[in-house]
Design a protein around this ligand. Structure first.
Ligand code: FAD
Length: 174
């Protein structure tokens, strides 16, 4: 239990290690016949300028496991999914889409009933991440929409993100 990748087997096989087992955007290690997926591997994220990251969240492990299997069968697909994290904390659910590293500003949207979302924006206005918390599934729909905005590398106006009068769905359509 913990967050340190176990890389001894990969190291003894001579694979490149860089904050976990280093893979390319198709989850192939430095040996083209060996793939890695999930918490143990670091990979370049095109969405964030090719920055190498290692994620510790179950949805990433699930998506990468499936993608690695398809690429072993010759699909040659790039990993492009927006990082997504979820956790229940007593009566509250926390959901995070994207990665906030490198953000220049943060704005807040209140959803009512104690639920809110923080949006992290890069200096050029690109939406990097959305972190929401609220009772039950209060933030789920908005985080799903934010995830789609992040995938499109959208640059929404901060004032539109903070105003609950402006639907995120409308920003997506724009
Ligand atoms: C306390 C805790 C709370 C968490 N809470 C959340 C959460 O709320 N939300 C969320 O999204 N994620 C959460 N996570 C993270 C989530 O559990 C992981 O992202 C996910 O389990 C990663 O899956 P994986 O298959 O990549 O790795 P793992 O689940 O770690 O599986 C790797 C397996 O490989 C085995 N193994 C390692 N080396 C060898 C070897 N040489 N030979 C054979 N087997 C080997 C290990 O024993 C292990 O069974 C949490 C993790 C922890 C520890």
């Amino acid at each position: 239990i913990g967050a340190t990748p176990v890389t001894a087997l990969a190291e003894s096989a001579g694979l490149a290690i860089n904050n976990g087992i280093a893979v390319d955007s198709r989850l192939r290690t430095s040996d083209k016949h060996i793939f890695a997926a999930g918490d143990c591997c670091s990979f370049p994220m095109a969405l964030y300028g090719g920055r190498r990251v290692r994620l510790e969240a179950w949805r990433n492990a699930q998506e990468q496991g499936a993608l690695a299997a398809r690429n072993m069968l010759g699909a040659e697909l790039e990993h492009t999914a927006v990082p997504w994290f979820w956790s229940d904390q007593y009566d509250f659910t926390l959901q995070i889409a994207g990665l906030p590293e490198g953000a220049a500003s943060v704005v807040r949207r209140d959803l009512g009933g104690g639920a809110f979302i923080l949006f992290h924006l890069a200096a050029d206005g690109q939406l990097l991440s959305a972190s929401g918390i609220g009772p039950g599934n209060a933030v789920a729909r908005n985080i799903r929409l934010a995830e789609m905005l992040i995938a499109r590398q959208a640059r929404p106006e901060p004032s539109e993100l903070t105003s609950s009068d402006v639907k995120l769905k409308k920003l997506l359509a724009a």
